[in-house]
Design a protein around this ligand. Structure first.
Ligand code: PLP
Length: 375
């Protein structure tokens, strides 16, 4: 889907092409810079959570930046990774798997699995390779993320103790894992989980070789960028403090790794009643996640020939292009008051959970992906 021609920036493409369909702009350099922040700053292995954006250019960019492990959840995601790397480590961290999916995972060389129930451990069967790891996924009722990842997966700490012992007895390398919830702004959430992990290992009498602290790292959605390095530092220090023999660390970011490398450009189709704007993309397309997330304020508007609009902003109610009345952003968006039909509304930091979940409903969706030097 990625166009072969590249442009300096979204403004340059818009001025020359005047696209009438929604466009995603992708910058390899932005992806590499963010990937390097994780590789350099996080004191352990970085694994990319493929579901955030499985585009080939992302998988290649992540590999190019030195990431050698991928968090996958389905045979399709494993195939996508294998298309760009034969050697990359696969972490199959969807704790509910069919027997057929397990067989595919074993065939593709999965090195690490997560489980949150004895029934799923039994389904895995015996370890087929020496180094095969099973991480017990547990959950806690902690706050700080945008929505709760413990609502679907994760054993209680008490159940995790028995599960960890069973993992060791089955001949797998024992590990622990959790996910604090996506777009998590609170380093305390990781600290609570890490302390609980140490308690679980102690109660089980099992020495865990690795602790996978999940994804959940926040992407920038307002003027203030999240301080990832502070979170990395707190994770490292807490692990050293609470474990008698600290495990190696793994993290599996999706959102925070890929969000910055894409900008979504939409076009104003019409201005209707006072303060109501219709865009050529919405909840069924690249803005799908806005149904569950608060609005990002990283929005800019271009008028004629890509020139920025500069009038003071006012709040607009934003509709998408489809004929479904649900296709309306839940929160108002601040846009320049001199907004005109034919203008472009650009959303920065849109690489995660956008293309991956966009549909072509009603004949709309993301028309093309264009490579740019900077987003
Ligand atoms: C979705 C997911 C991730 C990535 O989460 P982000 O919030 O995008 O960083 C990591 N690990 C697991 C198991 C996941 O399901």
């Amino acid at each position: 889907m990625l166009d072969v021609t590249s442009f300096a920036c979204p403004e340059a493409h818009i001025a020359s092409v005047e696209p009438d369909e929604a466009v995603m702009y992708f910058a390899t350099d932005a992806l590499a810079a963010q990937a390097r922040r994780f590789v350099d700053g996080f004191a352990g292995e970085v694994s990319y959570a493929v579901k955030a954006n499985p585009a080939r250019e992302v998988l290649e960019g992540v590999l190019g930046a030195g990431i050698r492990a991928f968090d996958v959840a389905s045979p399709d995601e494993m195939h996508k990774v294998r298309r760009v790397s034969r050697e990359a480590a696969l972490h199959y961290n969807n704790p509910v798997r069919s027997v057929r999916e397990i067989a595919v995972g074993k065939e593709m060389g999965v090195g690490s699995w997560s489980v949150d129930a004895l029934s799923e451990l039994a389904k895995l069967g015996p370890a087929v390779r020496d180094a095969e790891e099973v991480s017990v996924r547990f959950k806690l009722p902690v706050k700080g993320a945008h929505y709760d990842f413990g609502a679907k997966f994760g054993a209680t700490p008490q159940a995790a103790v028995a599960l960890l012992q069973a993992v060791q007895a089955a001949g797998y390398r024992p590990a622990l894992t959790f996910h604090p919830g996506t777009q998590c702004h609170a380093p305390e959430a990781w600290e609570s989980y890490i302390a609980a992990a140490a308690d679980i290992a102690r109660a089980a009498g099992v020495c865990v070789e690795r602790l996978n602290v999940g994804g959940g790292f926040a992407a920038q959605r307002s003027a203030q960028a999240p301080d990832l390095e502070e979170v990395f530092d707190r994770i490292f220090r807490c692990t050293q403090a609470v474990f008698a023999s600290p495990p190696k660390l793994v993290c599996e970011p999706g959102r925070a790794l890929v969000a910055e490398s894409y900008t979504l450009a939409t076009r104003v189709k019409a201005l209707r009643a006072e303060g109501e704007v219709f865009l050529n993309d919405g909840l069924y397309g690249g803005l799908a996640e806005w149904r569950d997330m608060s609005a990002s304020t990283r929005v800019r508007v271009l008028g004629h020939k890509g020139a920025p609009r500069g009038a003071p902003s006012k709040a607009f109610k934003v509709f998408g292009p489809t004929c479904d009345s649900l296709d309306c952003l839940p929160d108002p968006v601040c846009l320049p008051a001199d907004l005109k039909e034919g203008d472009y509304v650009l959303f920065a930091g849109m690489g995660a959970y956008s293309m991956a979940i966009a549909t072509g409903f009603n004949g709309y969706g993301i028309g093309s992906v264009v490579r740019v030097q900077r987003v």
